[in-house]
Design a protein around this ligand. Structure first.
Ligand SMILES: Nc1ncnc2c1ncn2[C@@H]1O[C@H](COP(=O)(O)OP(=O)(O)OP(=O)(O)O)[C@@H](O)[C@H]1O
Ligand SMILES: [Mg+2]
Length: 245
């Protein structure tokens, strides 16, 4: 069961846009797909128009009072299910810290979710015990990076964190996101990293169709299926399938 975490230490780099569109493409391939919205901001749940039914679900799961399977919601799309975010996940670090085997809690929940072909996790930004859980649980850590100096700085910090905590670095697959072709800096950084072979070839440019997902509250393919942004996400998903499945 391949599991993909959309993650970056840095905020606002396109994690949620990628989680929503890649999960949609996975489901469109006919794969039974689950998207777990781990971010209390709830942006992925918002895009899929899925609301939480109960309160404190994340807290109840962690304390063993609610089986994770019970909080799965249907989406409007075939083969696609969502675990929506809820506000108790903002205390995820405190809640996890109280647990035994606190680094491997999420991994044990994913075991309970057997039956899905692909699981995607939309992560909040940061580098906490929740993120350590994500790194240990996910088969692949997909990391969107805007090609700027600060984004690369956070990329270096994540790599160092993996090294220091003996987590397999091979899990990390980076791709460039929100690329602006008018900016020389973007080109220079992309060329350097492509030379090093760390990044996937496919990338997501800065395109207004991606922003419009917030207006339509839908994955890109539902309102701009023939546009360039949709082509870029399809290329990215095809490359991920080739390299990770
Ligand atoms: N390729 C893109 N082109 C244009 N706008 C984009 C693109 N990707 C994302 N955006 C916009 O940038 C903002 C941040 O994107 P998104 O929410 O996907 O990032 P994030 O990394 O999940 O952020 P956070 O760290 O807050 O969870 C959103 O308003 C989104 O619509
Ligand atoms: Mg997000």
């Amino acid at each position: 069961m391949p599991t993909f975490a959309l993650y970056n230490l840095k905020g606002g780099v396109g994690k949620t846009a990628a989680s929503v569109n890649l999960a949609y493409l996975s489901a469109a391939d006919g794969k039974k797909t689950l998207l777990w919205d781990l971010d209390p901001q709830g942006a992925a749940s918002y895009y899929f128009q899925v609301e939480t039914a109960g309160k404190n679900e994340f807290k109840k799961i962690l304390s063993g009072n609610l089986p994770v399977k019970e909080i799965i919601r249907e989406s409007a799309f075939e083969n696609l299910w969502i675990i929506p975010s809820d506000m108790s996940s903002r205390h995820a670090d405190l809640l996890l810290d109280e647990q035994k085997q606190s680094r491997k809690k999420l991994k044990s929940f994913l075991h309970e979710l057997k039956g899905f072909d692909h699981i995607f996790m939309d992560c909040p930004p940061g580098l906490s015990i929740l993120h350590e859980n994500v790194f240990l649980a996910a088969g692949w850590v997909l990391m969107p990076n805007i090609p700027t100096t600060l984004s690369i700085l956070s990329f270096d910090k994540v790599i160092r964190f993996f090294e220091e905590n003996n987590i397999e670095q091979e899990k990390i697959k980076c791709f460039f996101s929100m690329v602006d072709h008018r900016k020389n800096l973007h080109h220079e950084i992309m060329q350097k990293f492509y030379r090093d072979g760390v990044f996937l070839k496919s990338y997501i440019p800065y395109l207004s169709d991606v922003e419009k997902m917030g207006t339509y509250r839908q994955p890109l393919f539902e309102f701009a299926n023939s546009g360039y942004a949709a082509t870029c996400f399809r290329d990215l998903w095809n490359e991920i399938k080739k390299k990770c499945l």
